[in-house]
Design a protein around this ligand. Structure first.
Ligand code: SAM
Ligand code: DTB
Ligand code: SF4
Length: 333
């Protein structure tokens, strides 16, 4: 029997996103797959065209991450060193205090970051967590930095409270395509993620949402992830593409590494399908080398996590990144 890309899709674990009432573009899964399957040079050319139509290609936005509450998480995300059920050597901490966060944000600003992102290892924040994080947000905003948080699932009420505190962006990743989600996370479902993104958007905040590749998925499954992101209505303002950072003790440790040219392709397809989004070359840069990172910028990445640590794992230090951006003649914004 002849099969098409559409009918090869396995049964979804959850209901796929409904076609929104107003769409200025709609990407079919087949069209996204077609992009992935282009010869590399053709894909890069297309991505560069789209990038140049929408951004200065020599500019990159710098976000610095801080883990404000590390480890001890109840969830079972198969990639994550912060889940308490995996023995990864990450020690659980309490929420950081205002002075510690202020010092880290001040240092980030001094080094040229424009956005400060605070991450917490929670399934979802409690009311009292929101009050404390609101204070951290006000502290970051007082330094004239953009503020971003990633705290897990968010109710409409919590989203409004964060918005009232001045939060500019909320990061909550789809992480995978719907059909692969259940292989990676079982303690919450895909629809929970979509609901959180709706709550963030409805509260008037910018949505930051992307995913992780290199978790053993196929190209078609990477295409299905980008397809989901690109068909959110509207698509996210900021799209972090993470390459799995393999941490010993997590279920995904030992997964066959992704060919990094596939990572570059993922960036390029994200750029083409979400032309006005900031596409962030996110986790995994430590293992990439300058040539691959440069290809990512050429493919349309225009944001990075900047600073020697992500949440619990390493990232190139400020000096190394400044040297690379200098060599490429890239300016920050
Ligand atoms: N606990 C909150 C949540 O899961 O939404 C916020 C923090 S969580 C660490 C934020 C994101 O980091 C995850 O959704 C995932 O995309 C990314 N992440 C976590 N561990 C990673 C790893 N080992 N490699 C790449 N990305 C990872
Ligand atoms: C995102 O997409 N990647 C960042 C941020 N959003 C929160 C997190 C990467 C975490 C990598 C593993 C770690 O350092 O613990
Ligand atoms: Fe917890 Fe977030 Fe890690 Fe999942 S990704 S285990 S929710 S910290």
């Amino acid at each position: 029997m002849q099969s098409t890309l559409q009918n090869e899709q396995p049964v979804h674990f959850v209901k796929p996103v409904q076609a929104p009432a107003v769409v200025d573009h709609a990407w079919s899964l087949a069209a996204v797959e077609e992009l992935f399957n282009l010869p590399f040079n053709d894909l890069m050319f297309k991505a560069q065209q789209v990038h140049r139509e929408n951004f200065n290609p020599n500019e990159v936005q710098l976000s610095t991450l801080l883990s404000i509450k590390t480890g001890g998480c109840s969830e079972d995300c198969g990639y994550c060193p912060q889940a308490s059920r995996y023995d990864t050597g990450v020690e659980a901490t309490k929420l950081l205090d205002v002075e510690t966060v202020k010092a880290a944000a001040t240092e980030a600003k001094k080094n040229g970051a424009t956005r400060f992102c605070m991450g917490a290892a929670w399934r979802e924040p409690k009311d009292r967590d929101i009050e404390k994080v609101a204070e951290l947000i006000r502290t970051v905003k007082d330094l004239n930095l953009e503020a971003c948080c990633t705290l897990g699932m968010l109710t409409a009420q919590h989203a409004h409270a964060l918005k009232d505190a001045g939060l500019d962006y909320y990061n909550h990743n789809l992480d995978t395509a719907p059909e692969t989600y259940g292989n990676i996370i079982t303690t919450r479902v895909y629809q929970d993620r979509l609901d959180t993104l709706d709550n963030v958007r409805s509260a008037g905040m910018n949505v930051c949402s992307g995913g992780i590749v290199g978790m053993g998925e196929s190209r078609a499954q990477r295409a299905a992830l980008v397809h989901q992101l690109a068909n959110l209505n509207p698509y996210p303002d900021s799209v972090p593409i993470n390459n799995l950072v393999q941490v010993e003790g997590t279920p995904l440790h030992g997964t066959e590494s992704l060919d990094l040219l596939e990572f570059v392709r993922t960036i390029a397809v994200a750029r083409i399908t979400m032309p006005k989004a900031r596409v962030r070359l996110s986790a995994g840069r430590q293992e990439m080398g300058e040539a691959i990172q440069t290809l990512c910028f050429m493919a349309g990445a225009n944001s990075i996590f900047y600073g020697d640590k992500l949440l619990t794992t390493g990232n190139p230090d400020w000096e190394r990144d400044q040297a690379l951006l200098g060599k490429l003649g890239m300016k920050t914004n």
